[in-house]
Ligand binder design. Sequence first.
Ligand code: GLP
Length: 240
Amino acid sequence: MFNIIICKNYEEVSAEAFKVLKEVVVKNETPVLGLATGSSPIGLYKNIQADHKKGYSYSKCITFNLDEYIGIDKNHEQSYWTFMHENLFNHLDVKEENINIPDGNSDNPKQACLDYEEKLNKYEVDLQVLGIGSNGHIGFNEPGTAFDSKTQIVELDEQTRKDNARFFDSIDDVPTHSITMGIESITRAKKIVVIATGENKADAVYGMIKGPVTTDLPASILQRHDNVVVILDNDAASKL
Ligand code: GLP
């Protein structure tokens, strides 16, 4: 079931997403948060930083990130480990041992997936933050991914590599594979908040909400989840 909130700009989108997250954080003794990278949640993360600056402690939070590139060092400027630390963790009091990000540098990535899933299974994610790819992917689960997938190694779609090339010197530098929580791992969360802005997300947003539930558009599985808040700007909502 979707609760759809349409906002006039990115600032409002981020403020609404923050309201959803803060409510969950306040309500739970040890909040477990599923976090995402990408440009969509940056405003949300800024709001969290501001809230912490005002004195609110996030030290009880346990976090799990959706995904990580394979084959770039965790200290690489484009790794999701770096992204999360620069945009959020370096500015909060979340304990480093409570931060979980898939290990894209493991000598044995298959084992890294199993380990991640095992750890994730020990918790119940109270809120999963999601962006959506222009092809409807969630995490790095590209079109065609099975709905019962667990944390896994995936090959990135050409479209996704093109979308993400803006962060690298050239498309050739964009990694070809990543580790991502699977679709089942993601949808086990008690509550999900999807953030999408901009016209290039309008088709994916339409498919997620109004299209058939199909592995061709991974986010469409969210139609079967009973607690999803979708926060959009007018452009992302333009095809609804
Ligand atoms: C990336 C990430 C996703 C993210 C999506 C959208 O490839 N793996 O988790 O949701 O793309 O990114 P953006 O928010 O920058 O549009």
